[in-house]
Structure formats: structure tokens, C-alpha cells
Design a protein around this ligand. Structure first.
Ligand code: BEZ
Ligand code: FE
Length: 298
């Protein structure tokens, strides 16, 4: 038996039928045993249905979306995660990071993790070289790991990874290469220092559906030059962040919205000569200093 009001206008009937679909789907999650699952799924359905109504989604557009997600799945494997890339270019990764690394006054801001981290990178001593032959201008990176009260976090661990001067990470080369990555431990005063190479801007993988999305939007695939850090110390929230090179042309249009002004640092360029740590450089070199401040664990 119809529950539609007799004599209602077509518009009212249309709105009623659409609302009934949403109500039925929401009700289907009422019996979920897990409260959080129910909350997340009901909110997802509410917003997804509102989106379809908002844009008056056509059948052809629905089919295009299904095709897009299917291609995203097909190109994803152990070495390529197109779904995370999709989340990145939609700013969804950065929004989730913002929600989960809430503001802690004075703490270094977080940014995207990216797909190029490798666990068990080589451990180097303070002042050591983690370039391991990566192509590029030698770059000395130093600073301190601190708490928000300014106290040094002695013995904090730093994981570091970055691109070479051609914009490639070691894992993007054929073979089992380890370069421009490593881990080191801060000293008793929270100080860290290492040699690497000046990082370069690079495109995120854009030969798949995410690349098509960027092209359709008239957007570029580039990320500004940066060095990745993951810093941990007992009693503190692990910090996943980058240092970006000031002056990079892509700072204002990072494909994954990862740039925060507070993370931009000056990389100083120097001619051949002797660096402050005594290393003799036969050609140009660079250096950058940056403190990393960890929020207290709550
Ligand atoms: C990265 O910085 O390594 C990265 C982040 C997001 C997508 C692709 C690469
Ligand atoms: Fe990166």
C-alpha cells in the first residue's frame, strides 16, 4: 500500500521518495553491534546521499565514478597505493591528519606520510651521511628535538627520507637501492645532525586514474622539495612531518595540500669549501637548521 500523500505535487512526491531511500539505509545500520561503526556508517550514508541530491547525480556520472574506482583498484598493488593517492589529492589525508594531530601550542605541525617510507632504514651516527650515494648537492641538516616546554628530548629517534636531485626516491629505482634515507638518535641535548642531498620537487605518480583526475581539474602533480621526518620520544606524540625548501615554486600548489608555512625553512647554498663540521666539500653544498617540537602524549 502506498504511503505517499494523496494529491501531493510531483516535487513533494520526488522529495519524499528520495528521503525514504536515505531513511531505509540509515535504519539498516541501526542493529549494528558496534556503536562507532553505526555512527560512522550512518554519517557516511547521510553525507553521501546529500551529495547525490545536491549535484542531482546523473546515471552516467554514477557509472563514471564506479569506473574510476574500479581503475583505482586495478592499478593498486603492493608497490602502488592509488586509493591513498586519491585521498591525498582530495585533501582527505591532510584533513584526517589535522583531526588526529590536534593543535598543541608550539609543537611542530604534522603533514602527510606519503608512500615512500621504508622501515629498517640504515642507522647512522649524529653527523653521519645518509645520502648513500644519492644524486645531488650535499646538504647538512641539523637542529634539536624539543618538547613544547623547550626542554630537549634526549635520545629521540628520527627517521628521515627524501628524494634525490632528480626528484626520485630510492624505491623508485630498479634494484634494491637504499639512498637518501636513514635513522638517527638525538644526543643528550636533543641535537641531531646529518648529511644528505638537497631535495628536489617531484611529481606524484600521475599515470593512473588520480593523474586523470588532476588533469581534468587543470591541476598539476608536483610536490615542492622536502625532507620527510618521523620523530618519536617517550611520553610524546610521534611527529610525522616535512621540512620544505623556501623559494620552491610549488609551495603554493602542492598536489597533496601538505605545505604549512611553519614547515618552510631556508636552505642556504655555499660554494666549495669547508663546512662547520670540518667536512671539505669540493663543490657547492647547502645547509638547513630546523627544530622539531613534539607534543606531549595525552
Ligand atoms: C611524498 O611526499 O612522498 C608523497 C606524499 C603524498 C603522495 C605522494 C608522495
Ligand atoms: Fe615526499
Amino acid at each position: 500500500m502506498s504511503t505517499e500523500p494523496a494529491g501531493a505535487s510531483d516535487d513533494a512526491l520526488q522529495a519524499g521518495r528520495e528521503a525514504a531511500v536515505t531513511a531505509a539505509v540509515l535504519a539498516s545500520f541501526e542493529g549494528a553491534a558496534d556503536d562507532r561503526y553505526r555512527e560512522v556508517m550512518q554519517s557516511l550514508v547521510t553525507h553521501l546521499h546529500a551529495f547525490a541530491r545536491d549535484v542531482r547525480l546523473t546515471q552516467a556520472e554514477w557509472e563514471a565514478a564506479v569506473g574510476f574506482l574500479t581503475r583505482t583498484g586495478h592499478i593498486t598493488d603492493d608497490r602502488r597505493q592509488e586509493f591513498i593517492l586519491l585521498s591525498d589529492v582530495l585533501g582527505f589525508s591532510m584533513l584526517t591528519i589535522a583531526i588526529n594531530a590536534p593543535v598543541s601550542a608550539g609543537a611542530t605541525e604534522s603533514t602527510v606520510f606519503g608512500p615512500f617510507f621504508v622501515a629498517d632504514a640504515p642507522t647512522i651516527p649524529i653527523g653521519g651521511d645518509l645520502s648513500f650515494g644519492a644524486k645531488g648537492v650535499p646538504c647538512h641538516v641539523s637542529g634539536r628535538v624539543l618538547g613544547t616546554d623547550g626542554a630537549p628530548l634526549a635520545g629521540a629517534w628520527l627517521e628521515v627520507w627524501q628524494s634525490d636531485e632528480d626528484g626520485f626516491y630510492d624505491v623508485q629505482y630498479a634494484g634494491d637501492v637504499t639512498a637518501a634515507r636513514g635513522r638517527l638518535q638525538a644526543d643528550d641535548e636533543g641535537r641531531f645532525a646529518f648529511w644528505s642531498v638537497r631535495p628536489a620537487a617531484y611529481p606524484i605518480p600521475d599515470d593512473g586514474p588520480v593523474g586523470d583526475l588532476l588533469k581534468a581539474a587543470g591541476r598539476g602533480p608536483m610536490r615542492p622539495a622536502h625532507i620527510h621526518f618521523m620523530v618519536s620520544a617517550p611520553g610524546h606524540r610521534t611527529l610525522v612531518t616535512h621540512i620544505f625548501a623556501a623559494g620552491d615554486e610549488y609551495l603554493t600548489n602542492d598536489a597533496v595540500f601538505g605545505v604549512k608555512e611553519s614547515l618552510v625553512a631556508d636552505f642556504a647554498d655555499h660554494p666549495a669549501g669547508t663546512a662547520p663540521d670540518g667536512r671539505v666539500l669540493p663543490g657547492p653544498w647547502a645547509d638547513v637548521t630546523f627544530d622539531l617540537v613534539l607534543a606531549q602524549e595525552t
